[in-house]
Write a protein that binds this ligand. Sequence first.
Ligand SMILES: CC(C)(COP(=O)(O)OP(=O)(O)OC[C@H]1O[C@@H](n2cnc3c(N)ncnc32)[C@H](O)[C@@H]1OP(=O)(O)O)[C@@H](O)C(=O)NCCC(=O)NCCS
Length: 146
Amino acid sequence: MTDVAIETFAKIGGHGEIVRKLYEVRLALPDVGFSSFHSADGVHYSHAAVVARIQGKIVGIISYDTLEYNQSIFIYTGWVDPEHRRKGIYRQLIGKLKEIAAEKNVVRITGSTAFNNNDMQAVMTKLGRRPVAIVYEMDLNDAGDK
Ligand SMILES: CC(C)(COP(=O)(O)OP(=O)(O)OC[C@H]1O[C@@H](n2cnc3c(N)ncnc32)[C@H](O)[C@@H]1OP(=O)(O)O)[C@@H](O)C(=O)NCCC(=O)NCCS
């Protein structure tokens, strides 16, 4: 199997390559476009990241934030390069995140996906996450406020 290198970033700010990749990835995510909840601008310099590389190329990424007030980690983006899916890369990224969580005394990892992103929901369930809420949204503009 190809060697995957896992890197961690406490803050993505100052790491232009990672910030650019996150914008690129989020614009391509099937979830973006459904709601502000998954909007492509959910990239912030203060977010942290776990990154997978093969021969220097970024092939997977999880961006997240640690929420001190409830000892949790919130995942903003989870993505693996289509050419490298189904090889356990996301499993490795989540594994690293769980190690980081343990070091920080975090008790819970939370994250969302679109209601119809069945693939991601299947992967989340496989990796031990469970569905806990459905988010409802109403747009208050000419098109949505009817
Ligand atoms: C979801 C995603 C991150 C999974 O990455 P991946 O590296 O292919 O996942 P892994 O290979 O680590 O798979 C983890 C487990 O999920 C399973 N799995 C992976 N893709 C699956 C799919 N499409 N359907 C069902 N199960 C799947 C694997 O079989 C594995 O389980 P196993 O170890 O018991 O066999 C990747 O498909 C992706 O980037 N999707 C598009 C981005 C996206 O929708 N992100 C969510 C927006 S919030």
